[in-house]
Design a protein around this ligand. Structure first.
Ligand code: PLP
Length: 432
């Protein structure tokens, strides 16, 4: 079978919360000023109650509201595809499958969480969400979701990207989002930067500070984050829950599950439901590989310690693998993987040796991206191509060992807005 589809009625009705299944408890978030555990009232200034509860919930299953399911059905359930042509190209006995999250309107897995986030804010009376975006993937996913629930969306977009990458901005504006180049003169944090340096190109750290300040200073406005936090990974578990069901249909099971890691949300989304079996059904042999860029090797070279989520040190401190909140990753083409830290849950699992991590160089990633494009047709996002690289490496190892291993990777998004990077690679101008 080439594609395994589920019907509308088979869409998961609950998200899987991994927190109660972890072998231990996660360290609490700490207040940036007092260094004491964060109190809920501080979080309530920028997040809705429902999401704060999900963040620390000890319930294994959390209902997906019908209003969210109704929107999910625009593109979910997503196909599980077998990459026969890639297998043939590699001459491998391995079976390679991928979960195709590129079929959403925004072209990535991010609407799996932007939609419930917009919904839970809407029902608590919030009129507007503010957020930051680098290359524009999260900003477009949130603009899409806010529009569907009739709330406004303000996106602080890193100024260089705003100027150099107009298409994602236009996508956001088409869905009704208001896009502001950051640093902007509309917030104190933005003003401060501009006073010192009117030509500052911006950074994700500055954009986060602007978006958080916007939410904290307006009663009708909340802030939304596209990765890292527990509730974001929770929403993404629809990916793995569907994939498990799809594998059941064809009487197979993956031996190894692979996904790229920026903040960890698409990795957590596909892996957690399979990891649950490892916890409960003694499936000890299933492997899980997190793939990160060599230019931003958070898990493989970072320290496991408390750090801020942003550059300015305004967010709570989280216990995670981090390269330091002042680490400025080189500008690689997988913009979505340039984050100094990582999800606290993913960090915990890695620290406990329950998952593996590898880092890969950019040119090897694009080599894999081209192989995939030319065998399977879909042009993958540079982020997703990190997972493809390692899936190919695993398939080659299987060939050498003459092993019929079953490989699953997550295609977290397509790369149709990243063609400039493909152009550079094909011209031989892309460097590690
Ligand atoms: C944002 C993004 C990522 C990285 O984010 P995670 O939270 O680590 O999943 C990966 N792939 C695509 C296509 C993205 O847009």
């Amino acid at each position: 079978m080439r594609n395994v589809y589920l019907s509308d009625t088979e869409l998961p009705k609950k998200w899987y919360n991994i927190l109660p299944d972890l072998p231990g408890k996660l360290e609490p978030y700490l207040d940036p000023e007092t260094k004491e555990p964060v109190t809920p009232d501080k979080l309530l200034a920028i997040f809705p109650q429902a999401l704060i509860e999900q963040e620390v919930s000890d319930k294994r299953w959390i209902d997906i509201p019908e209003e969210v399911l109704e929107v999910y059905r625009l593109w979910r359930p997503t196909p599980l595809r077998r990459a026969y042509r890639l297998e043939k190209f590699l001459n491998t006995p391995a079976k390679i499958f991928f979960k195709d999250e590129s079929v959403s309107a925004a072209g990535s897995h991010k609407p799996n969480t932007s939609v419930p986030q917009a919904y839970f804010n809407k029902i608590e009376g919030i009129k507007r969400l503010s957020t930051e975006t680098g290359a524009g993937q999260w900003g477009s996913a949130l603009s899409f979701a806010c529009n569907l629930f009739g709330i406004e969306c303000t996106v602080y977009m890193v100024k260089v990207s705003y100027n150099q990458k107009p298409y994602r901005r236009i996508l956001m504006e088409t869905w009704g989002g208001k896009v502001i180049p950051s640093p902007s003169p509309f917030t104190q944090s933005g003003k401060k930067v501009l006073e010192k340096d009117p030509n500052n190109p911006g950074s994700l750290g500055i954009a986060i500070s602007e978006a958080v300040e916007d939410a904290a200073t307006h009663n009708d406005t909340h802030y939304a984050l596209g990765s890292v936090l527990n509730h974001v990974l929770l929403h993404q578990t629809v990916i793995g829950l569907e994939a498990k069901e799809q594998f059941k249909r064809i009487n197979l099971e993956p031996d190894v599950v692979i996904a790229c890691v920026g903040g960890g949300s698409n990795f957590g989304g596909i892996v957690f439901p399979f990891l649950m079996d490892k916890f409960h059904n003694g499936k000890k042999n299933m492997r899980f590989i997190a793939v990160e860029p060599a230019a931003c090797p958070t898990l493989t070279a970072g320290k496991f310690e408390y750090d801020f989520g942003d550059e300015a040190g305004l967010t709570p401190l989280m216990k995670m693998y981090t390269l330091g909140h002042d680490f400025i990753p080189p500008s690689i083409h997988a913009g979505g993987l340039r984050y100094h830290g990582d999800s606290p849950i993913i960090s915990y699992l890695y620290n406990q040796n329950l998952i593996e991590a590898v880092s890969v160089e950019q040119t090897r990633v694009f080599e894999a991206a081209l192989i995939f494009s030319r065998t399977e047709g879909i042009i993958p996002a540079p982020e997703s191509s990190h997972a493809i690289r390692v899936a190919i490496d695993e398939a080659i190892k299987a060939r050498e060992l003459r092993e019929e291993r079953v490989i699953l990777f997550n295609l977290s998004g397509h790369g149709y807005f990243d063609l400039t990077a493909y152009d550079l690679y094909m011209k031989g101008e892309l460097k590690d």
